[in-house]
Design a protein around this ligand. Sequence first.
Ligand code: ZN
Length: 85
Amino acid sequence: MTFLPSCHDVQTHLTEYAEGSLPFGRRLGIWIHLRLCRACARFLRGMKALPEWAKRVLAPPAEAPEAAARALAEVQAALSRRPRS
Ligand SMILES: [Zn+2]
């Protein structure tokens, strides 16, 4: 699956993501990444004075919440099938 961004991509584009200036597909990939990656979730939490946009970051993309939930479930299923290294 290639739509999931890397940790570097997520951390580099977090502000644009929060502002909603990224295309839907990229926002969805980052949203899913933030739910699967402890490092990036910690990075997000580490931004201390969480501004108003952070609340929006933590919410599913408004355009298609069921598509986001389905994509997240597929990624989690794929990861659970993959042996841990
Ligand atoms: Zn990450």
